[in-house]
Write a protein that binds this ligand. Structure first.
Ligand SMILES: O=C(O)CCC(=O)C(=O)O
Length: 450
């Protein structure tokens, strides 16, 4: 699957409607008023309808029509919020403004800022839900670029972030002995693409094994000149008002796990900043614990293309055989681009033991992660969720670091390898290898599925 973003110039320039609420005497006539209002409700109904259709089936089975409808109606809604006189906005669009106002950093009540943030929010939601099908991404990105430039002119919260020094995540002392020498994933110093390609294609049985690759991505600007450990840089590059999805809860197998859209500023302030306040949540047992938020498995680089300049797709990603690759293509024009996902969160995020059908290169950009891997041959000892009951047949029921061995006795027998992945390292995970991941510090990783 290939998602290329064009660099065409913006096709729209947004001029906000006069933001001073008009005196009641200059309200539109009743007829105009109701036409404007009816169109706002109509657009909202289209979005609701498309969303219901999208959620009614698994994501890979969604009819593109609904994605296109969701995008188009969202673009219309965004323009209405930006352009319609404030007094003529109906309740559902007013609600969008109220939500945006709550999300604004600090205590700002700037009406223009709220309106721009709400408009960006509607467009980001469309990007996250649909990826902007059939050319809609270009339109949405152009609008967001315009709005973000305006937002940044007015927003003064950048100063808040300027005071934060770059993160220098250090491995806590508690990790000493976490990885035993006989189980450590072998390290491979900067193999050539040819060597790597031979390795992952050649051996059919038992198949390629996990490897930590060093020396291959140290030159990325994300690790050097535009370091992603500098939250101030990230804050400016992404933009505080951009909406991103966050997973909240211990991990996605838990009953209280949920997903939310938050602004990037909120993500940093609430979840990532080590100094930031963390709201307590109640656990199942009623005790209070720190809420962990994880921007996980999200194609942030498609949503915020400027971040692509800070890294490059490792050439290794083009060396897999076609079979089982994301595009699954026999296309003579060559292999498809990898699926790229961002994983950004504080210390303590967990991805439960699961497998994916792709070759994976997990690139560690900021901080450290503990990763444990089990071969597909161990599947019967890992208790995958049963098919039929859930969509999680690629996920183990076992809590890897605190297994209930009475319930899952064969788990004791399962052999594994493990590593601590640090900045500048790549972990190669072969297809269908089970992997469990826990961040040991604030962490930013990028995965490439190919
Ligand atoms: O880093 C993580 O939390 C999980 C990464 C992962 O599961 C993957 O890249 O497939």
């Amino acid at each position: 699957m290939s998602k290329r973003l064009t660099t065409e110039p913006p096709i729209h320039r947004i001029r906000l409607a006069d933001s001073t609420p008009a005196p009641t005497t200059s309200r539109p006539s009743p007829t105009e008023d109701s036409v404007t209002q009816r169109s706002q409700y109509a657009v909202e109904s289209l979005i609701d309808y498309a969303r219901a259709q999208i959620y009614s089936v698994k994501y890979d089975q969604v009819d593109r029509t609904w994605l296109v409808l969701f995008s188009d109606a969202s673009i219309m809604k965004a323009l209405m919020i930006a352009l319609v006189s404030p007094l003529a906005l109906v309740d559902v669009l007013q609600a969008e403004l109220a939500t945006a106002a709550e999300r604004l950093p600090g205590t700002s009540t700037n009406w223009d800022l709220t309106r721009v943030a709400a408009t960006i929010g509607v467009l980001d939601t469309a990007l996250i839900m649909t990826s902007g099908p059939e050319g809609r991404a270009v339109v949405i990105h152009s609008l967001i670029d315009e709005l973000t430039a305006t937002y940044n002119q007015w927003d003064t919260s950048c100063e808040l972030f300027a005071q934060y020094r770059p993160l220098e995540p250090r491995l806590p002392a508690t990790v000493v002995g976490l990885v035993s020498a006989d189980r450590a994933v072998p390290i491979w110093a900067c193999p050539t693409v040819l060597d790597f390609s031979d390795y992952i294609r050649a051996c059919k049985t038992p198949g390629p094994q996990p490897r930590v690759i060093t020396g291959a991505i140290d030159h990325w600007p994300a690790l050097t000149t535009r370091p992603w450990s500098d939250l101030n840089y990230l804050y400016r590059a992404v933009g505080p008002a951009r909406l991103v999805p966050v997973e909240v809860g211990r991990d996605y197998t838990r009953w209280d796990w949920t997903q939310r859209l938050v602004t990037f500023a909120e993500l940093l302030e609430k979840y990532v900043l080590p100094l930031g306040p963390r709201p307590p949540v109640l656990t199942k047992t009623g005790s209070s614990e720190t809420e962990v938020g994880y921007l996980a498995q999200h194609n942030l680089l498609a949503q915020v293309p400027v971040l692509r300049n800070d890294l490059s797709v490792p050439d290794y990603c083009y060396s897999a055989s076609y079979i089982g690759s994301p595009g699954d293509s026999e296309d003579p024009s060559g292999p498809s681009d990898p699926l790229v996902n961002a994983w950004f969160g504080p210390n303590g995020t967990v991805s439960p033991l699961h497998h994916d059908p792709y070759h994976n290169l997990l690139a560690q950009v900021v901080g450290y992660k503990y990763i444990r891997l089990y071969s597909p041959d161990e599947t019967s000892n890992l208790y995958p969720f049963p098919s039929g009951e859930s969509l999680m047949t690629n996920t183990s029921e076992v809590d890897v670091e605190q297994p209930d061995l009475n319930r899952y006795p064969r788990f004791r027998k399962a052999r594994y390898v493990e590593c601590i992945l640090g900045p500048g390292q790549l972990l190669y995970i072969p297809p269908y290898w089970w992997h469990y991941v826990r961040s040991l510090t604030t962490s930013f990783s990028i995965s490439f599925w190919f």
